[in-house]
Design a protein around this ligand. Structure first.
Ligand code: 5FU
Length: 259
């Protein structure tokens, strides 16, 4: 059987500052729940963030789906994040050459590098994509999450590609805080945070390829660290009490795997 360390112990092993910070927040707040707030009006995102902020370790955004995005949105979200002690994760899925992703990260409408504690990147362009983030994250300590596996049906992030992503993470463990994945593989060392989307209690999937598992399955059986829940929470009529249910299930799964 696998030997699981506590999140406190993992915080000490982390090689990226945001990974360490996240493990500590999880341990302090006793939550390994991240919420994907895929709402399209800024006030809706902010209201939900404030209402569930005490229950989560991370709030995941797709800022490019917000119709009325502006600088004030980011400013307010940062205030809510510091009030409730959670981190902001922009799920941008950067995938281009280093020089282009540097512009996409730092410039344009969103200036993601100025406010995101972590962002996702694909490895299709090869490991030099990471060089596009280096200047910026040297200053901020932000973390990169490598997409090692995806939740959707027919995903091509499998097998040897997944192994290469893990290798890319290990070769760049100062910048890389962890992986987006569906399972803990033996080669994923304890300094990395493993985050898993595709989580819902009441559905097996949607009509566009999404596939769902339960918190208990991914954290206890598959050994990942943080569950990412979207529609299961923000589409519920009582998002706060539903968030508490996911938080409790994911935390119980974490505690039971330690024994
Ligand atoms: F990398 C991934 C992935 O493999 N699957 C995902 O679903 C990211 N996601 C994101 O998690 C996706 O873009 C949504 O923002 C979120 C899942 O939302 P749901 O409503 O819980 O399906």
């Amino acid at each position: 059987a696998k030997k699981y360390l506590t999140y406190e112990e993992r915080a000490k092993l982390a090689t990226n500052p945001t990974a360490s910070k996240l493990f500590n927040i999880m341990a302090t707040k006793k939550t390994n729940l991240a919420v994907a707030v895929d709402l399209t009006r800024k006030q809706e995102v902010l209201n939900l963030a404030d209402s569930i902020g005490s229950e989560i370790c991370v709030l995941k955004t797709h800022v490019d789906i917000i119709d009325d995005y502006d600088q004030d949105f980011v400013h307010q979200l940062e205030q809510i994040a510091s009030k409730h002690n959670f981190l902001i994760f922009e799920d941008r899925k950067f995938a281009d050459i280093g020089n282009t992703v540097k512009y996409q990260f730092e410039s344009g409408v969103y200036h993601i590098s100025k406010w995101a504690h972590m962002v996702t990147i694909h490895g299709v362009a090869g490991p030099a994509i990471i060089d596009g983030f280096r200047d910026s994250i040297k200053q901020t300590g932000a973390g990169l999450l490598l997409l090692a596996q995806m939740s959707s049906k027919g995903s091509l992030c499998v097998g040897e590609y997944t192994n290469q992503m893990i290798e890319m993470g290990k070769q760049n463990s100062d910048a890389v805080m962890g992986f987006i994945c569906q399972e803990r593989l033996e080669s994923m060392s304890d300094n990395f945070v493993l985050m898993t989307p595709g989580i819902q209690f009441n559905s097996k999937g949607d009509s566009m390829g999404q596939q769902y598992n339960t918190p208990d399955y991914v954290v206890k059986e598959k050994g990942t660290d943080v569950i990412i829940v979207g529609r299961g929470i923000y589409q519920n009529s009582e998002p706060k009490s539903e968030a508490i249910k996911y938080k409790q299930a994911a935390w119980a799964a974490y505690e039971s795997r330690l024994n």
